[in-house]
Design a protein around this ligand. Sequence first.
Ligand code: G3P
Ligand code: CA
Length: 267
Amino acid sequence: PPPERKTLPENDFLIIAHRGASAYAAEHTLASYEMAIQMGADYIEIDLQMTKDGKLVAMHDRVITFNNAQQAVTDVTFDEIQLHSPEKAFERNYLDYTLPHYDDLRIVDLEEILLYFGDTVNYYIEIKSPKKYPGIEKELLKQLREHNLLDRTDIIPKVIIQSFDSQSLKDIFALEPSIPLIKLYTFEKEAHIPTEHLNELTQYASGVGVNSIAVSKEFIDLMHNKNLIVHPYTVNDAQTMRFLIDLGVNGFFTDRPDVANWVRSET
Ligand code: G3P
Ligand code: CA
């Protein structure tokens, strides 16, 4: 028989630090991830792409600017990417936080992140544009296995993988069905997944990640009926957080894990 998908408990409420504590520190830096953990996040979210030389880099944007020219991540090496300072693009809006012990904020690759944090944190990894990066799934699983992050018995999964690309998630499922998988969506209006698609989703996915304005009570109830958890993105103000918690979401992506943690502790 085909392997069964992993299901996640509906009563866990997960704070997912979107690109780290990215309201306070340059996104996808070790500092941003570390701040997120200090602020009570359950997961650090990592956007993953692959460089020309096959490194898995933690980076959201698909293009990077070199001498006023834009180049795709897939066309540059990791060493070239590291010439960029993530600090430059960061707009410091929340000056009341200082970074504890980092003076060089660098773009990092997955290997460095896994070496640095090991199994002391939980990882919520997004495979970005997988069609552009053939082999990214296998390389990701290889690294997770090398760092002993798979086949574990933790109460909260050590690793969750997310993607907008269903084929990429299915490929992961075929290789490692024990990893919870989250299918991402962006809806223009209220969230809706056609029945046929939903039935397919329940073959491999543990939940859905949805832009927060599209989420409704009906949608959440339908997902829960199918044993799919719901994680809206990206929620940064306490009022919206409370609203979504009342609707029954199972956590959310936030740039401000400290605020999420205060709000969670109210309930
Ligand atoms: O992964 C959930 C959310 O982060 C998707 O949007 O563009 O911030 O990666 P993006
Ligand atoms: Ca993401």
